[in-house]
Design a protein around this ligand. Structure first.
Ligand SMILES: C[S@@+](CC[C@H](N)C(=O)[O-])C[C@H]1O[C@@H](n2cnc3c(N)ncnc32)[C@H](O)[C@@H]1O
Length: 218
């Protein structure tokens, strides 16, 4: 899947150090968050169990939707404690331990927002995501063009926006339990020349979505 050098980060220190203090910021703009919340509204099923993998103090779930359980995961306890949608959360460095602490088929959806670029072993993490999803369950990975550059893996840093979409598609396609990934792109319709004048600039939105196959699906 990835060569050892493609998994490296410019800052090789333990991620726990970088996430030791809370960052009470939004990592993407309102436009991106609106796209993501609309996608969640469209695809998630109320009263099901959701895992927000690599989460923080904000939730992008639609306010009016209720779920049976929202589990949060991340690296900073102060951030997760402030997240109003989480029923429970846990801390785990996925670059040290890729095994998710859940039983098989225990979630209807696993979400990952603007964080996939930090995974050094995405093949193992996505195999785990498939394991804990119910048949027919969804994985929704979203990202933009922003990142903590020193913490993103080389395969991401050195790519383009479109090669990053392809990379996430490869992560999904490597797991036979997932269906062919669907891609959603929302980039600014304003021509580049007008964006140079400050018009229509917003964070591009990319979503990659796949379903865990039901036993009847080939
Ligand atoms: C840019 S933030 C995005 C947070 C949240 N998903 C959001 O939309 O605001 C990246 C998140 O990835 C998580 N993360 C980064 N490196 C990680 C690692 N090695 N293991 C587990 N989580 C990690 C951190 O918890 C951090 O909050």
């Amino acid at each position: 899947m990835l060569l050892p050098e493609q998994r490296t980060k410019l800052d090789p220190t333990n991620d726990a150090l970088f996430y030791d203090y809370p960052r009470f910021v939004n990592h993407v703009d309102d436009h991106f968050i609106e796209q993501l919340t609309a996608l969640y509204r469209d695809r998630l099923t109320p009263q099901t169990r959701i895992l927000d993998l690599m989460s923080s103090w904000v939730s992008h779930l639609p306010k009016e939707m209720t779920f049976a359980h929202v589990e949060g995961h991340g690296m900073n306890g102060e951030e997760l404690a402030k997240n109003p949608r989480l029923d429970h959360y846990f801390l785990q460095n996925l670059n040290e331990n890729t095994t998710l602490p859940f039983e098989d088929e225990s979630f209807a959806a696993v979400l990952n927002c603007v964080s996939v670029q930090y995974l050094q072993y995405p093949d193992q993490v996505f195999a785990e995501v498939a394991r804990i999803l119910e048949p027919g369950g969804l994985v929704i990975i979203s990202f933009s063009n922003r990142m903590f550059y020193q913490k993103a893996i080389a395969a991401w840093r050195e790519g383009t926006e479109s090669s990053r979409v392809q990379l996430v598609q490869r992560y999904i396609r490597a797991i036979p339990a997932f269906t062919e990934p669907e891609v959603i792109r929302q980039i600014s319709p304003v021509p580049a020349v007008l964006q140079l004048l400050g018009m229509g600039i917003h964070d591009p939105f990319y979503g990659v979505i796949a379903q865990k196959r039901k036993s009847s699906q080939g």
